[in-house]
Design a protein around this ligand. Structure first.
Ligand code: UGA
Length: 413
């Protein structure tokens, strides 16, 4: 029998601490659990066509809107880094489509709050685990999305060894899991593997082999991801593991960490708080900024595709310099704050060491192979993001973090 709501105490402490939206989703989850039970316990949302008169299917469609599975079967899917920015959005996507998700995170940079919607859902398991340690999972696993790891520009300086070992040892451990479970494996790699592109490398296609130094400020992340990619192909060749590699370019959206030094979160907070925009360098360095939902669509499409030809870029095609980014952020903050908005001054600070001057993906391959391209307009995405940051700011950053217990033996899940 699956977890059921405690009928005598349905409004437990956790529930009381939630906002209205979260409460509504919490109740939806319970309803979903009950529906599954009524259907014969093991049916997923994707099986509701088996209901003789289709009325339950219609009912669920009305209740859940877009809760329709892109997969023909319900799967058991592992997501590492599940409590992080990208991981938690991916979990939302998979859970809403009726899959079972085994979420793995060590909570070094992820937050329980990002997964709060699913904590009591019968299709969801959360395990606190550092991927640098081996992981065994009992039963079948169909897919593994390996997202765990930090790409924070600040942590590249403060803890480069952790970043590098997580990329390397973490990927080995998760590939081993894929090998044992015969699961398809997707690595979230990074545009960092291209290093420091020069003008003639712009935009960067998958054929650009990179311009990376082993001892640079970002080497831990860039070289770590390069090693992780090579490990994927080594496991594919030697152990027939089915691998997919997504090279992810700069992405933004709700649930970005507020304190990891990335430009979008930093500028949004500065603008909301009426502080100074801190442009590092002369403002001419440029990035392509992709909204999170576009990335999630890309990761899903790649995981499902038969394409095995090599890594694939995912990023926004347009490029913005840092001055333009302050303008995009300002437009969104103005809309959110209305009369309370005050213009944000700009200060120019020394450029970061080894800061790439540009990052701009060529996504022709994703377009040709998957039919994928970004859909969300930058202003639209920025508004969603600023609204989220403003709401969180008002709630006093209700984040809870939990450190992994050190020295635990490899868990058997
Ligand atoms: O999100 C990502 O995919 C990438 O984020 C960071 O790389 P970076 O592109 O440098 O991202 P940001 O830290 O957001 O910086 C973008 C640009 O904004 C500038 N910036 C950043 C912060 C700030 O306060 N002011 C400012 O001008 C930086 O100097 C840089 O030119 C990580 O270092 C990469 O490893 C990762 O792949």
């Amino acid at each position: 029998m699956s977890k059921q709501p405690d009928m005598e105490h349905p409004f437990n402490e956790q529930f009381e601490q939630m906002g209205l939206d979260a409460r509504a989703r919490f109740m939806q989850n319970h309803l979903c659990n009950v529906m599954h039970e009524l259907q014969g316990s093991t049916l997923g949302i994707d099986n509701f066509g088996e209901n003789p008169d289709g009325s339950l299917k219609e009912h669920l469609k009305r209740s859940y809107g877009d809760w329709l599975p892109p997969y023909s079967t319900r799967m058991r899917i592992v997501v590492t880094g599940a409590a992080g920015f990208v991981g938690s959005h991916l979990v939302d996507f998979l859970m809403k489509r009726g899959h079972t998700v085994i979420a793995i995170d060590n909570f070094s940079t992820g937050y329980h709050m990002n997964l709060l919607d699913w904590m009591d859902h019968r299709n969801f398991e959360l395990h606190t685990h550092d991927v640098r340690n081996p992981l065994n999972i009992k039963g079948k696993v169909d897919q593994i999305f390996h997202l765990a790891g930090s790409a924070s520009p600040d942590e590249c300086i403060s803890d480069p060894i952790s970043i590098l070992t997580t990329c390397f040892q973490g990927t080995i451990n998760m590939l081993e899991l894929a090998r044992r479970c015969n699961a398809r494996f997707l690595l979230a790699s990074s545009c960092g593997i291209y290093g420091f592109p020069l003008w003639h490398h712009n935009p960067q296609s998958e054929n650009f082999l990179g311009n990376v130094k082993t001892f640079g400020r970002r080497a831990c992340h860039d070289e770590g991801k390069r090693a992780a990619e090579s490990l994927c192909y080594a496991y594919a060749k030697q152990h027939n593991v089915e691998v997919r590699i997504a090279r992810v370019f700069n992405t933004f959206g709700p649930r970005m960490r507020i304190d990891d030094g990335r430009v979008v979160s930093t500028f949004i907070l500065q603008c909301l708080r009426g502080e100074c925009f801190t442009i590092k360098g002369d403002g001419n360095s440029s990035r392509s900024l992709m909204y999170i939902s576009d990335l999630i669509d890309g990761l899903i499409e790649l995981m499902l595709s038969d394409y095995t030809g090599g890594p694939m870029n995912f990023g926004k095609q347009e490029e913005y310099n840092m001055i333009e980014v302050t303008e995009i952020v300002t437009r969104a903050v103005k809309k959110v704050q209305g009369d309370k908005f005050r213009p944000t001054p700009t200060s120019f600070l020394p450029a970061r060491t080894d800061d790439p001057l540009m990052r701009h993906p060529d996504c022709t391959l994703a377009k040709e192979q998957l039919g994928w391209s970004t859909k969300v307009d930058i202003d639209e995405g920025m508004l969603e993001t600023v609204e989220w940051f403003a709401a969180m700011e008002e709630e006093d950053w209700l984040y809870d973090t939990e450190e992994e217990e050190e020295g635990k033996s490899p868990p058997d899940i």
